[in-house]
Design a protein around this ligand. Structure first.
Ligand SMILES: NC(=O)c1ccc[n+]([C@@H]2O[C@H](COP(=O)([O-])OP(=O)(O)OC[C@H]3O[C@@H](n4cnc5c(N)ncnc54)[C@H](OP(=O)(O)O)[C@@H]3O)[C@@H](O)[C@H]2O)c1
Length: 336
């Protein structure tokens, strides 16, 4: 049995989802992988709890539920101090902090692996982060940043290694899919957005989704993995704010529908609403995401699955955490 020490930074939806899965599946991880995870620090935006002997995750979940913040419990310690001082094997960043890349860098410098669902570090600091991780022989895993638990990053990183990727087209943001499908049924943009907010599909501030920025972040990450790092300034982004009922009607007459489509080619990234045939794999409904990957050898490959959700995102974070430490372990120790 190998004991793995974890620092969890972010204890919101995804962070609590990860903690819950670690609790629920502790026996399975012991039996299947010979791994015992011990969470030794948890941080939210106000405080950090830190216990080298392992935090009682049930108690941590209860404190957060009851008081909404961990500062009722203990340390005033920033994430930067956590990655320096807490002796964890893996730092899990499930915050939405734009400056989290600094914690990732520092974690690598201290020889720790990093797993994250937080997009901006991968969009704006990809090269330096990948280089630092490589130099320090640390693993950097970020499956959850694109299409939640649907493993498109692993697919691009670990398969198709002899193929040239010609193009990736994807629907990478489910809030916009929901709004556009409601508009197709005759609702105005404003009413569709209100419905999305009521159902918890759109955030209270829906600007990142509606403006196309969230999809653009994800498209940049896919470009960075499939080709090479691209600058975010080079991305052409148009959101769905200007789509009218008339546009929807026009598309309908041609047996088409409008979706926010990300298109990625070598050196080119764009996100914009496009009319697409109803029989296209891109003509999605609900909260799924899809990507159509075109390569010279394989032709077209379609990967479709959940693009958001707590357990769906935590699935990728937990899987990445196992992968991050797996390479340090002996393969023979695994029970299949
Ligand atoms: N939810 C999804 O379906 C989904 C899917 C894919 C990717 N993601 C990404 O996963 C990340 C987490 O999403 P979420 O839905 O869990 O968000 P959330 O519920 O808003 O949780 C964010 C957590 O990060 C903490 N935090 C923010 N800034 C911090 C800082 N400087 N130091 C320490 N903690 C900090 C917050 O603290 P407080 O609790 O004190 O506010 C909160 O616990 C985001 O980057 C999101 O884009 C989410």
């Amino acid at each position: 049995m190998t004991e793995i020490f974890l620092s969890l930074i972010g204890f919101g939806n995804v962070g609590r989802g990860v903690a819950t899965i670690l609790l629920e599946k502790a026996e399975r991880f012991k039996n299947k992988y010979g791994l015992k995870f011990r969470v030794i620090s948890i941080s939210d935006s106000k405080a950090t709890i830190w216990d080298e002997s392992g935090i009682d995750l049930r108690e941590a979940l209860m404190v957060k539920e009851a008081f909404e913040s961990l500062d009722k419990w203990v340390h005033q310690m920033s994430p930067l101090e956590v990655v320096k001082e807490v002796e964890s094997d893996v730092v899990i960043d499930v915050t939405n902090d734009m400056n989290a890349w600094k914690w990732h860098m520092e974690a690598f410098r201290h020889g720790r692996h990093v797993v994250t669902s937080n997009k901006p570090p991968l969009v704006f600091h990809f090269t330096e982060l990948i280089q630092e991780a490589y130099m320090r022989r640390a693993n950097y895993r970020f499956e959850a940043t694109v299409m939640a638990g649907t493993p498109i990053i692993t697919l691009l990183q670990e398969s198709l290694l002899g193929d040239d990727i010609l193009r990736i087209q994807g629907v990478l943001n489910s809030t916009t899919t929901f709004i556009l499908s409601q508009m197709e049924k005759g609702l105005s943009f404003e009413d569709a957005l209100r419905n999305a907010q009521k159902l918890g599909i759109a955030e209270r501030d829906p600007n990142m989704d509606v403006s196309g920025m969230d999809a653009a972040y994800k498209a940049v990450i896919l470009h960075n993995v499939a080709f090479y790092p691209v600058s975010f300034e080079e991305v052409r982004v148009k959101g769905i704010g200007e789509i009218s009922m008339k546009d929807m009607e026009e598309a309908k007459k041609k047996n088409k529908t409008i979706r926010l489509i990300a298109e990625i080619r070598k050196g080119e990234v764009s996100v914009e609403p496009k009319a697409i045939g109803r029989d296209s794999p891109l003509a999605l409904y609900g909260t799924q995401n899809v990507a159509v990957i075109e390569t010279d050898l394989l032709g077209k490959l379609v990967i479709r699955g959940p693009g958001a959700g707590i357990r769906e995102t935590a699935s990728a974070v937990v899987s990445d955490t196992i992968k991050a430490v797996r390479e340090d372990l002996e393969v023979g120790a695994w029970n299949m």
